[in-house]
Design a binder for this molecule. Structure first.
Ligand code: ATP
Length: 365
């Protein structure tokens, strides 16, 4: 059992840099939790505090009910997989996987059993006599996973474990890591800056920025109901579009978004939430996929612009549209061919609009 909780945790590095600010987070037993954010936001620092590789400057870090602030790494029952894999180049795959068990002076037969068991699960049994230099990136990654698996830790920590792999391998390893989590029934904490990785792997995602948590939630929470413009912009491909304008309340459950070049009717439940927002300056968010290019929607659901780029991306196309002096990007099907300079009307799925405060960026929904 391993529940991890951060209570008002701060991390100040020796040079005074405040890398993690007042972190409050409860990681559930057996949960797959992903720490997501741009480079430098404090994800690795947070993970390293769980591992015991970085000291907590202030606050309490607990495993179950035990405070572990001063517990050294080897007594924490955690295993970590690094981006660099950190394999010993002169040791065989077998010995790399076995290393932690050998250090703990486990019986030879037990080591043999555990290493072979992990190697079988990871499909690297045939590589046990090789050295890391004779392996592909994906195979090295599996060896690093194997080394963590044989320890049978209560907590499995991973810091960007897939970032050195090519795109196709990253996707297949993602599925394997997910399976590994299900098979191992342990708590996983996983650091990445890759939104797709986070969305596919996580039970819950913690989005961080400049050492501060922006939002904690399931993939759906984070993608469908972003807490602010930072979270909204961090997830989505192409990124979410913004149009700045005002809210005009027209009745109890009636409101529109007003911009000099477009008026969009907000659905009743959204209008209700915005009933006190008459005249409020807002930033409207439209996700790239939330439009229909046939443009046959009702008045109040349409946005007009001029096509200024068309990029085929396999099954879809990205459409760049000039609108009110800005460029918006949408993802549409391949059914219709568009040309640069073409006037176009898109039907906006108003039920999927996002409304943020223009100044703070906080969601108003
Ligand atoms: P990345 O994805 O690039 O690894 P990250 O989100 O994991 O980024 P951290 O490695 O946790 O970020 O670093 C957070 C901040 O703390 C960064 O600004 C980094 O420069 C700073 N930092 C990290 N280690 C130290 C250190 N030993 N001393 C001072 N500052 C540090």
């Amino acid at each position: 059992m391993a529940r991890i909780s951060f209570e008002n945790v701060n991390k100040n590095y020796a040079n005074g840099f405040h890398a993690v600010k007042d972190l409050n987070l409860e990681i559930h037993d057996k949960e797959f939790l992903v720490l997501l954010g741009p480079s430098g936001c404090g994800k690795s620092t947070t993970l390293n505090m769980i591992a015991g590789l970085e000291e907590v400057s202030d606050g309490a870090l607990r495993f179950d009910d035990q405070m572990v602030n001063y517990v050294p790494p080897h007594k924490r029952d955690v295993a970590m997989v690094f981006q660099s894999y950190a394999l010993y180049p002169h040791k065989t795959v077998f010995d790399n996987i076995a290393f932690g068990l050998q250090m703990r002076k486990q019986p030879k037969s037990e080591i043999e059993r555990r290493v072979r068991d992990a190697a079988r699960k990871l499909e690297i049994e045939h590589l046990l006599d090789r050295r890391p230099g004779q392996l592909s990136g994906g195979q090295r990654q599996r060896v690093a996973l194997g080394r963590a698996m044989v320890r049978d830790p209560a907590v499995f920590l991973m810091d960007e474990p897939l970032s050195n792999l090519d795109a196709a391998l990253r996707i297949s390893m993602r599925a394997e890591i997910k399976e590994l989590h299900e098979a191992m029934q342990t708590t996983f904490v996983y650091v990445t800056h890759d939104q797709a990785e986070a969305l596919t792997l996580a039970d819950r995602i913690v989005v961080m920025r400049d050492g501060e948590v922006q939002q904690i939630g399931t993939s759906d929470d984070i993608y469908e109901r972003p807490a602010n413009t930072f979270v909204a912009s961090f997830l989505g491909n192409p990124p979410i579009n913004y149009i700045d304008g005002e809210i005009e309340v027209r009745g109890e459950a009636e409101a529109v978004f007003q911009h000099p070049s477009v008026t969009l009717t907000l659905p009743p439940e959204m209008a209700r939430k915005l009933s006190g927002a008459q005249g409020r300056r807002v930033r409207l968010g439209i996700r790239a996929e939330d439009v229909d290019e046939r443009g046959d929607g009702a008045e109040g659901h349409l946005i007009h612009g001029t096509v200024n780029s068309v990029l085929p991306v396999g099954s879809d196309q990205f459409l760049g549209m000039e609108f009110g002096g800005a460029e918006l990007f949408f993802r549409v099907g391949k059914g219709m061919r568009h040309k640069n300079g073409e006037a176009i009307a898109l039907t906006v799925d108003v039920n999927r609009l996002h409304v943020f405060d223009a100044e703070t960026g906080a969601s108003l929904l």
